[in-house]
Design a protein around this ligand. Structure first.
Ligand code: PLP
Length: 369
């Protein structure tokens, strides 16, 4: 008998009857997009849930990155990480900005603050770090560097939904933070995303920019884009938000079991919870040391796949190796040894709210046997 397929992720879905109820309301109102009541309500509820001052909803997690760079008028060069999802760097490219890759710290997978200053040139205007896997960047050190050189900071916080450090939302760091609500993320609106900002003026400006730059019927104040979240997705998001805490706790329990079982497996390492951090358990990456483990990362990855257990080599290949970016000076592998090592060793294990004991046992047996 074929083994049941275990996927790397599985979307959190709202209760269908409740969703239908909300759809009925939308049908009755005939207000299906353009800052409707569910859109406004979701912004309000997310602001409270995430404990951030202001939020603006978007149609996905990539347009907030592109729009943030526009809103802050970022030009020239931006320092960023090669160890991320490719959208981070593409957002720079779409703004005509030159990405400058800096290596990561293997303890977190995030931009290494010790290496940022050496990459700053007169053309540098901003830093775009990523809280990879929801691991918080060293936001204090990065802010100090930005202040010293007069740079802006835009955090790609696509993985950091609900993450807090010492009781404060990680999303309050830097000038702006972006979120993704894609189906594969901890909290999803099917497709969706958001920008988090600190003041009302910036929120207004971002709201104009995501609506073509319109401030009223006849005035366009800038070259905006269209990235408004519609009412169906906003309603879906409102229902999923009610389940977010339980989904994160279910992920936490999976992480506990993975860590317990893998702690003493020779050649496998993973991240532990960090002191003072409320994690969201968005991913569970393990790193394979071929010599100690006795098998390469790819051998394990394909062995799992053969048994219908889908991991993901996330993030492999590195962004800096893609054809668009590999010609950049900062993309040279010698410049990014830690990022290359992580990319070559990583497998993200299946991680979602609906994994059961049997699934977890099967996954672990494949890795440990
Ligand atoms: C998912 C993701 C994005 C893009 O989000 P979409 O909603 O898929 O457009 C950007 N950055 C990172 C780090 C991501 O993981």
């Amino acid at each position: 008998m074929e083994n049941k397929l275990i996927t790397v992720t599985s979307p959190l879905l709202p209760n269908l009857d409740e969703f239908n109820e909300m759809l009925k309301q939308i049908w009755e109102s005939k207000w299906i997009t353009n800052n409707g009541s569910f859109h406004r309500q979701l912004e309000k509820e997310l602001t409270a849930y995430l404990r951030v001052p202001f939020i603006s909803l978007f149609t996905n997690g990539t347009l907030p990155l592109i729009t943030a760079l526009q809103a802050l008028r970022i030009t020239g060069e931006v320092i960023t990480t090669p160890y991320s999802f490719v959208a981070t760097t593409h957002a720079l490219w779409w703004n005509g900005i030159k990405p400058v890759f800096v290596d990561v710290d293997p303890a977190t997978g995030n931009l290494d603050p010790d290496k940022i200053e050496a990459a700053i040139t007169p053309r540098t205007t901003a830093i775009m770090p990523v809280h990879v896997y929801g691991n918080p960047c060293d936001t204090k050190r990065i802010q100090e560097i930005a202040d010293k050189y007069g740079l802006k900071i835009i955090y790609d916080a696509a993985h950091a939904f609900g993450v807090e450090v010492n009781g404060e939302s990680l999303l309050n760091a830097g000038d702006l933070s972006t979120l993704s609500f894609h189906a594969t993320k901890v909290f999803n609106t099917i497709e969706g995303g958001a920008l988090v900002m600190r003041d009302e003026q910036t929120k207004k400006r971002i709201d104009y920019l995501k609506n073509f730059g319109f401030i009223n019927e006849v005035t366009v104040v800038g070259p905006g884009i269209n990235s408004k979240m519609d009412e169906m997705r906003s309603a879906y998001g409102l229902l999923n938000l009610k389940q977010a805490d339980a989904a994160i706790e279910a992920r936490h329990q999976v992480a506990i079991k993975y860590r317990e079982a893998l702690r003493n497996v020779e050649g496998i390492t993973f991240f532990d919870d960090m002191p003072g951090v409320k994690h969201n358990y968005s991913y569970f990456p393990i790193f394979i040391d071929t010599e100690k483990y006795g098998m390469t990362r790819d051998e394990l990855y394909f062995k799992m796949k053969e048994q219908n257990v889908l991991g993901r080599r996330y993030f492999y290949p590195l962004i800096s190796t893609f054809s668009t970016y590999r010609g950049l000076e900062s993309a040279a592998p010698e410049n990014l040894p830690n990022a290359h090592k992580m990319a070559d060793q990583v497998i993200c294990l299946p991680m979602h709210h609906a994994l059961n004991e049997e699934d977890i046992k099967r996954i672990l047996e494949l890795i440990i046997e």
